[in-house]
Every structure is written in C-alpha cells, then in structure tokens.
Design a protein around this ligand. Structure first.
Ligand code: TXA
Ligand code: MG
Length: 324
C-alpha cells in the first residue's frame, strides 16, 4: 500500500489543478479535478485527445455520483448496488453544473466508482470527483503499470501513484442507462449477461441512438506495429511465409505451438480469459517494442467470457492493412 503522505501529495497536486496518474483495478487513469476546467484541458493536451471525447468521472460511492447526475434511475441504483465499487461505468443524464470538458458537450455523463485501494484513498483524500481517461496517448494501448504510464506520458503528468500491475487489465464495462433502453457501449470484465441478470432486460448493442462513446470507435487501443488477428493454422502459415520473405513476426499465441523459425518473437498468452486480459496490454507493448514487421494475434474463442478481449483486439487490428 502507498504511504498516506504520498497520497496527500497527490491530493495537493489535484487541488492545484495538476494531473495525477493513479491505478484502478482496470487500467491506470490520468486524473484531474473534474470541477476545474483548466485542469481538464491539461488531460486533453497530455493525451493528444480531441476535446469532444468525454471523460469518466470517478467518485467514491453512489452518493457522490448523485452530485454529477441529474437523476440516478432505479436501474442504475440496482446495478451500482451490485457492481460498485468495481470495473463498471454508468452513463447517466448529466447534472446541471457539469463542465462540457467532461461530457464532450453531450447531455450525459460517465460515472465510475473504482475498487482499487489507491484510487479510493485518492478519492477519499481529494473529496471531489476525479475525471480520468486511461493514462495513455490518444488511440494507443492503455497503461497497466506505472512504468507504462511514465513511458507514455512522461513530463505531461505531474504525479504518478504506483500501485503495481492492474488486476483486470482492460477498461471498465460501459453501460448506458440514460434512457429507458439500456445499452452496452463497451464490453468489459463485467459481462452483458451479468448486467442483464440484474437489470432484468436485455441490453441493446451500442447503436446510433446511443450516446457517442468516441473511444469505442474502430482503430483504438492500437500498437504502432501493424496487428492482425487470425486463427492458429493461418497464423503459423503466415509466420512461415514471412520468414521466407525475410520479414519478422511478433506473435501473441494462445494454443499454437511455437515453430522453429529464426527471428521470431513469441508470447504464449494465458489460456483463460481473465488471465489473458490481465496480461493483454503488457503483452502488446512487449510485441510492439520487438521491432517486427507485424504483430500476429491468435484469435481467442468466440465465447461470452472473451467478448471484451475480442473487442480490444479487433480495434487494435482495425486499420492495419494485411501484409502481402
Ligand atoms: O476502466 C476504465 O474505464 C478506465 C479507468 C481509468 O477508469 N478509464 C477509461 O477512460 O477507459 P477512457 O477515457 O479511456 O474511456 C472512456 C470511454 C470513452 O470511450 C468515452 O468516449 C466514453 O467512455 N464516455 C465517456 N463519457 C461518455 C458519455 N457521456 N457518453 C458516452 N460515452 C462516454
Ligand atoms: Mg482510453
């Protein structure tokens, strides 16, 4: 656990309008005082993120969330009672005093009560809401360790709280409860099925009627090296043909056995979905830094437990043109 003097220092930085990176159970957040527009502008500058991409406000509990939402409907109360604190973000109608820099000018706000003890100590010490996107450059892979945060953001962040590697490893599930048609905007470790069980209704997929969630557009969460997602047999064929052409592959395998090919970078990922998610971004960073021609990822199973991982990998692959 982080000494309280270190938390106090981070709280001072937030009060002074600075940026504090902190661990949550999902990924690291790049935090600022959600009620301070000048501080919020620094988030956009540090990430290189367009101003109309809204931020999640992190709060200590459901009561604190009420200060940011116009209303907390019954469905949201039930879901919050079951999953907060935890890796779940709720989209609700915004309260009257919320800055457009938080909402991206939309009529809704994203709220989350994180479970990580360091995030909670920071929220308790600060007392207000902390707006925090994932602590990475815009469009890139989220950071799951303090070193990754420093590598991504360098001096643009004033204080980094180091809480070790994040447990979940991928971003929170986002569910839109701002209308009477609940919708899943971003899959995460809390599955659609678990939410539906509490809501008692099926979740709509994100559609044109849902609020925009720009970070969920295609081509997000991407390494710099072109990334392709494919079945194991095709992957092994491609590794062989790339080697014949003098190209190098960096592979994220799950079931495939490593072939005897020179210059190959190979990571055998965990076989189970939550362990796979825990390591995913660190693995993509390692493969990206290998300096290979392409990253080849063995497609995970098409099962509900893998939906969030599938979503992130598909986005990481979007926009990479297949190599010949
Ligand atoms: O796990 C997480 O959610 C992490 C940790 C730090 O809490 N945060 C995170 O933030 O992933 P970010 O900004 O990287 O992703 C938040 C997503 C974005 O896609 C954004 O567009 C969407 O939430 N979002 C924020 N406010 C929204 C709103 N009012 N309506 C719809 N989508 C919203
Ligand atoms: Mg992000």
């Amino acid at each position: 656990m982080i000494p309280s003097a270190v938390i106090d220092k981070a709280v001072e930085v937030l009060r002074a309008g600075g940026l504090v990176a902190f661990p949550t159970e999902t990924v690291y957040g790049l935090g600022a005082d959600a009620a301070n527009p000048e501080a919020l502008k620094k988030i956009y500058a540090a990430k290189g993120r367009p101003r109309d991409h809204p931020l999640i406000v992190h709060v200590l509990d459901l009561d604190a969330a009420r200060a940011w939402a116009r209303e907390v409907p019954h469905a949201a109360q039930r879901v919050a009672a079951r999953f907060w604190p935890g890796p779940l973000t709720l989209i609700l109608r915004r309260g009257p005093h919320v800055s457009d820099l938080v909402t991206g000018g939309q009529e809704t706000i994203a709220l989350r009560v994180p479970a990580h003890p360091v995030a909670r100590a920071l929220l308790a010490g600060f007392g207000g809401g902390i707006a925090a996107p994932s602590a990475n450059r815009y469009g890139r892979v989220s950071a799951t360790t303090a070193e990754h945060v420093r590598g991504e953001l360098g001096d643009a962040v004033d204080w980094v709280l180091d809480g070790g590697a994040c447990d979940v490893g991928i971003e929170s599930t986002i569910v839109d409860l701002s209308s009477d048609r609940p919708a899943l905007l971003r899959p995460g470790s809390i599955t659609a099925r678990e939410l539906e069980a509490v809501l008692g209704t099926p979740l709509a997929a994100a559609g044109s009627a849902s609020p925009r969630a720009p970070g969920t557009l295609a081509k997000h969460y991407a390494p710099q090296t072109p990334l392709m997602l494919m079945e194991a047999d095709l992957l092994l064929e491609l590794v062989a043909s790339m080697a014949r052409q003098g190209a190098t592959a960096a592979v994220l395998a799950r079931s495939a056995m490593r072939p005897l090919v020179q210059g190959l970078t190979w990571i055998a990922a965990p076989r189970e979905s939550s362990a796979y998610a825990h390591d995913l971004y660190a693995n993509l960073r390692a493969l990206d830094s290998a300096g290979c021609t392409a990253i080849l990822v063995e497609a995970p199973p098409l099962e509900p437990a893998w939906a969030a991982v599938h979503d992130r990998l598909t986005r990481a692959a979007a926009g990479s043109s297949p190599i010949a």
